[in-house]
Design a protein around this ligand. Structure first.
Ligand code: HEM
Length: 277
């Protein structure tokens, strides 16, 4: 087999939808709040869950409501105002697409009736493509598990695309960007993705979805990252993003175009979700 014949995994292990809400001049109200709570009946509210989901909860669907932290959200290379200016987000995840698509269409009707709009980012969960046993130990075995909103109140969403030049490299070449690189004297010259972001392993809970229909396509991001962390670890998240964006230490980012880095605060109920500041 030739490196050029290798592909990333095509296995799908789950689905996620990110529903970003924008209100023009319509405002949330008590009725809308109650209707949002009713939409989630039968699904698990992630807000109070400590640890990984049960298979049963994942098969029925799970949701997390978030209000935007607009002062913290920042634009990167790809301007996408339906995301950066959104007032709230509902993140949905499920083993199959149908239950969360149904939630999405019910939610869209409610928001449009209240004078707002919904922008959906969709993605699929996949097994890792570039990760050896050693990388599993380094980057995942000691990673902090998901926690409740009281513990990890802040979240950030990072939609990104990789450039055509990235997708033209073969898979072994792309894999090399996740590892440190060494010169002819075996001195480390570049940290690579995993070492550049290592501070986040014990402090930032991270999830990643891939574009459902393939990479490098118009109209969908290649990846959407989702991160949850404690108030006191916001600086760690910023440090990790700075490390990844430092092209000298992480040359992978030469091939990255980022959408908005959206920041939000996890909330438990529809009324907290629609409340205006
Ligand atoms: C917190 C510490 C982090 C560690 C240890 C880490 C490590 C890794 C590793 C090992 C992979 C390869 C997965 C595979 O085998 O497919 C990966 C993929 C990825 N990571 Fe991170 N990461 C971290 C944070 C972040 C952050 C903050 C972002 C923000 C954008 C990010 C974006 C991505 C993306 C988009 C991919 C998929 C890249 C591709 O397949 O081309 N990571 N990460």
């Amino acid at each position: 087999m030739q490196p050029s014949e290798l592909n990333m995994t095509t296995t799908v292990t789950g689905h996620q939808l990110f529903l970003f809400v924008t209100f023009d001049d319509g405002q949330g109200n008590a009725e809308l709040a109650t209707a949002i709570d009713a939409l989630g009946q039968g699904m698990e509210n992630v807000h109070d869950v400590d640890g990984a989901p049960s298979a049963e909860a994942f098969s029925k669907g799970r949701f997390q409501l978030l209000r935007s932290e607009q002062g913290l959200t920042n634009d990167q290379q790809i301007i996408h105002t339906a995301v950066s200016e959104s007032k709230g987000l509902i993140r949905l995840e499920c083993a199959s697409l149908e239950p969360i698509k149904e939630y999405e269409s019910g939610f869209r009707q409610l928001i449009e009736a209240a004078g707002g709009s919904v922008e959906t980012l969709a993605g699929v969960m996949r097994p890792r493509s570039y990760t050896s046993h050693a990388m599993t130990e380094f980057a995942y075995a000691h990673a902090i598990p998901p926690g409740p909103g009281e513990k990890f109140p802040l979240a950030a969403v990072t939609p990104i695309n990789k450039t055509d030049a990235w997708w033209q490299m073969d898979v072994l070449h792309r894999e090399s960007f996740f590892l440190p690189r060494y010169n002819e004297n075996e001195e480390m010259v570049v940290k690579g993705h995993a070492l550049a972001s290592a501070a986040g392993v014990p402090r930032i809970n991270r999830r990643l979805v891939h574009s459902s229909d393939g990479y490098g396509l118009e109209g969908s991001y290649d990846f959407v990252g989702y991160f949850e962390f404690a108030e006191t670890d916001a600086s760690v998240f910023r440090e990790v993003m700075a490390g990844l964006r430092d092209k000298d230490q992480n040359p992978e980012w030469k091939y990255v175009l980022e959408g908005p880095e959206w920041w939000g605060r996890r909330v438990r109920t529809g009324s907290e979700f629609v409340a205006r500041v």
